[in-house]
Design a protein around this ligand. Structure first.
Ligand code: NAD
Ligand code: MLT
Length: 307
């Protein structure tokens, strides 16, 4: 019997029926310490994670029986791919199961940021009827700069056009044909950064995208720009963002992802111009079910083909 360790919370509805129907033994053990994980991993054939479990080289080396790692989501930056490959372990992800949820979350953050909704709600919860402090800005007629026009970036661009925003995007790997099909004006990264009244990033975190929005980029932005990051912490330099908000260059930021997570005790959270959610972009019933089904399908297929 193949044994599957699930070390981050995954949708039970998406996961259990598939694996159990095929006779897999599923152990859900979330919040394990690194030592506990190292101790238990040699007993398993498959490991299923979201973004919390750090599947580093040490864990992979201890995983002597492991054949496949399933990442229920897009980003595989918490998995050491070269260590896994060296050990002959297959890594699979669920690249499109949470696209819609992440795009919807981005739009929710964009609108909440434009209209100060979290700040106004907090004030009302504190029994203040304050209608002066939360004057917002409209999206209609404003320019949204989208950096990374892949699955989520493209969905956000379409939704922003529905809000009657002008959209300009940068993606060095997008074909002209795809850009034309999406009907989005493309520019260089400098052009997009300089044009946006709102900027949203939708790239993976790579060497090339680390601190893509940093001190130099903030200097070239429009005064009063609003920034959204529902992709990966580290694409925006958090210290540079803090300085740009304090200086008044950036009017506000909406952040779902952070350089170090959990992100609970940081100077950015003390700024009234910052709104934040704890990495909730993919956290919908629908997306979690689909990504769990997708990775479990891959696990079942892998072992069925081996049999
Ligand atoms: P995707 O692969 O479809 O799109 C990424 C795009 O970034 C691609 O089109 C690629 O060409 C582009 N890109 C790569 N390098 C670039 C660069 N240097 N400059 C500009 N663009 C570049 O991925 P996706 O599904 O759209 O996901 C985008 C990001 O969102 C990923 O980092 C993913 O992990 C993250 N994500 C976060 C959440 C969340 O919960 N907040 C949910 C889903 C995805
Ligand atoms: C992803 O890359 O898919 C996101 O970070 C969402 C998640 O892992 O929950």
């Amino acid at each position: 019997m193949y044994k599957v360790l699930v070390s981050d919370p995954l949708s039970k509805e998406g996961m259990h029926p598939l694996l159990e129907a095929e006779g897999f033994k599923v152990d859900v053990q979330t919040n394990l310490t690194k030592e506990e994980l190292l101790d238990r991993i040699p007993n398993y054939d498959a490991l299923l994670v979201r973004s919390q479990t750090q599947v580093d080289a040490e864990l992979i080396q201890a995983a002597t029986r492991l054949k496949i790692i399933g990442r229920a989501g897009v980003g595989i930056d918490n998995i050491d791919l070269s260590a896994a490959t060296e050990q002959g372990i297959l890594v699979v992800n669920a690249p499109d199961g949470n696209t819609n949820s992440a795009a919807e979350h981005t739009m929710a953050m964009l609108m909440a940021l434009a209209r100060n909704i979290p700040q106004a709600f907090l004030s009302l919860k504190n029994k203040q009827w304050d209608r002066k402090s939360f004057i917002g800005v409209e999206l209609k007629g404003k320019t949204l700069g989208v950096i990374g026009l892949g699955r989520i970036g493209a969905e956000v661009a379409q939704r922003a056009k529905g809000q009657r925003m002008n959209v300009i995007a940068y993606d060095p790997f997008l074909t002209d044909a795809k850009a034309e099909k999406l009907g989005v004006q493309m520019g260089t990264v400098q052009e997009v950064i300089a044009a946006g009244d709102f900027l949203t990033v939708h790239t993976p975190l790579l060497k090339e995208t680390k601190h893509l929005l940093g001190t130099e980029a903030f200097k070239t932005m429009k005064p009063g720009v609003h920034i959204v990051n529902c992709a990966r912490g580290g694409i925006i330099d958090e210290d540079a963002l803090y300085d740009a908000i304090v200086s008044g260059k950036v009017a506000g930021a909406a952040l779902d992802v952070f350089e170090v997570e959990p992100f609970v005790d940081h100077k950015l959270l003390e700024l009234p111009q910052v709104i934040a959610t704890p990495h909730l972009g993919a956290s919908t019933i629908e997306a979690q079910e689909v990504v769990a089904v997708d990775v479990c399908d891959d696990v079942v297929r892998y072992f069925t083909n081996q049999a």
